[in-house]
Each structure stands twice: as C-alpha cells, then as structure tokens.
Write a new protein. Structure first.
Length: 165
C-alpha cells in the first residue's frame, strides 16, 4: 500500500478546486442570464472574469509542484451548482429569483473560501511560498466577492423578494 502524504493530499485538493473552478466558469453565464437586477448580472459577469484568472493561478500552482493541471470530480461543487440550477428553474420570473441566485452564489463562494484557505495553509506548511501567494490572492478575491454578494442581497435582492411575499 502506498503511503499517502501531505503532498498527495495537497495535489488531490488542488485537482478538486481546479475541477470546481472550471464548472463554476460554465455556470456563471447562466446565473447572470437568469438574474433580474442589472447589478447582480454584472456581479456574476465580473466573477466569471475573475474565475478565469483563478484558473490561471491554479495552473501556476500545479506547475510549482511539478504536476500537470487536471481536475478531479468534485461532488460537493456539483451538488451546490445543481441547487443553483434548481433556483433558476423554480424561481424564474419571480421577484425572489435574485435572492435565490445570490444565496446559491454565496454557497459556491463559501466552498471556494474553505478550499483555498486550506490549500494556502498547507502550502505554507510545505514551504511553497510562491503557491501561498497565488492561493492567497484567490482567497482574498473570493472573500471580497462574498462581501459584495452580501451587499447586493441586503440592498436589492432580499428586499425585493420580501416585498413580493
């Protein structure tokens, strides 16, 4: 039996988040299209552009550890994105759609924040300072996106959904 190391674990989780980011990149245009608020549409479009940069940084981390970029099926993100699809279908055209889409997007952000936080810490422990910088840049971006989504929920989406009730 092969001994599993922190390096193996780091590589596996890196493949997990790489897969997740690729799936998120495909989902964001659908979310933008389904949003009613121009500001929420713009937020999804902005995050799509950011996600492209995040994928590029992940590819650099793969290079740092001497591995080729490759994804590994992530059932967690598949489930989270499936819930977002359900919101799109079930609330299409309703005043609650934006609140549901923001909530779905925040579930994605929280997953990403958890993964990037862990990967950053492990990279620190393994002495991968260049990887730490790349992962930290993405982690900060994910945290900022989550904050921006909270503001959009508080100033637009939640109130509109509540008034329609």
């Amino acid at each position: 039996m092969t001994t599993k190391t922190m390096e193996n674990l780091f590589h596996d989780m890196l493949k997990d988040i790489y897969y997740a980011e690729k799936k998120i990149l495909k989902a964001l245009p659908k979310m933008a299209k389904g949003a009613q608020s121009p500001k929420i549409k713009a937020a999804f479009e902005k995050h799509r552009d950011e996600t492209e940069g995040q994928i590029e940084r992940l590819e650099q981390v793969f290079e740092i550890i001497g591995k080729r970029p490759q994804g590994k099926t992530c059932e967690a993100i598949n489930g989270i994105l499936e819930e977002g699809e359900e919101v799109l279908e079930e609330y299409k055209g309703s005043d609650a759609i934006d609140a549901g889409l923001v909530a779905a997007a925040q579930a994605v952000e929280h997953y990403e924040m958890a993964r990037y936080g862990t990967l950053k810490r492990w990279a620190e422990l393994m002495g991968l300072s260049d990887a730490v910088k790349l992962l930290d840049e993405t982690l900060k971006q994910e945290c900022k996106t989550d904050e921006d989504l909270t503001k959009l929920a508080d100033t637009q989406a939640n109130q509109k959904a509540l008034k329609a009730a």
